[in-house]
Design a protein around this ligand. Sequence first.
Ligand code: PLP
Length: 341
Amino acid sequence: MQQFASDNCAGICPEALQALLAAEAGDAPGYGEDEWTRRVSDRLRELFETDCDVYFVFNGTAANSLALAALCQSYHSVICHELAHVETDECGGPEFFSNGSKLLTARGEGGKLTPEAVREVISRRSDIHFPRPRVVTLTQATEVGTVYRPAEVAAVAELAHAHGLRVHMDGARFCNAVAALGVAPADITWRAGVDVLCFGGTKMGLPVGEAVVFFDRRLSEDFAWRCKQAGQLASKMRFLSAPWLGMLEGGAWLRHAAHANAMAQRLAAGLAGIPGARLLFPVEANGVFVALPDSVQQGLRARGWRFYTFIAAGGARLMCAWDTHPESVDALLADLRELSS
Ligand SMILES: *Cc1c(COP(=O)(O)O)cnc(C)c1O
């Protein structure tokens, strides 16, 4: 049965797989000197309508950790939401790769940082005994399935830049955010003040891999060395980069993301009619967070459904992916209805 535990339960989407197989034909130079990596980097520059600098790494933890490390000295700090993946799910990777830059958490409704919350952290201390804030990181779409509007990103970024901070975006679900907002990727990134984006590939339907996109190229000066030292420079890079071609050429990345978002809407609409089920956050991307009675949660697990409850304090997280079938959504809803009646 199809699960809603995570969007990385899904397989490889056909467009990515085709592109991977096409890259298998013949020899090619290693370490990113190949034609596929060059072409994908060019496609990303077209997509973002700017001359950005692009790197491919293994996973999101590496992408975030190395990107943040590139923006910080060890005595700096990074402001993030208290639910941010960098804080809760990366095993101290950002601190480790930055040699100790401290994460400072802030609160905010719906998993989003606000300028007020960021200002409070920035102005909390300015003395030499406290790690100096240098980066704000935003997650788009957020850990609880909401999205920042371009003006919301711009407001945080404007404040950050005014105080000499850089802006990083954890875009593990960037595709879902773009599909939800219907904006140009540039409008929610560099035009709104984002300096570096970790563009998620895995949850989008790739076999593996994320792109680190530097809009301010000065920040990526030594990034290639940082990736190599961290064990993130793939020797057969083309197998990391080529699947991106399949996603970007022809717009599969956005189509699949829109589908995942639509499945989340279908699920949310069904939940609205189920007594005892209460949505915890607005459903804006591909995640649905719902409070369910314990007995219903147990019943779902007994019927084989898997889901996490640690993110939303006991609420179930139900993620939709590029391959989520409407029938799977309906099967989950049918079980929920039976268990709730
Ligand atoms: C999945 C995810 C990541 C990346 O996680 P990895 O398991 O390291 O690939 C990063 N940020 C967010 C918000 C995520 O959901």
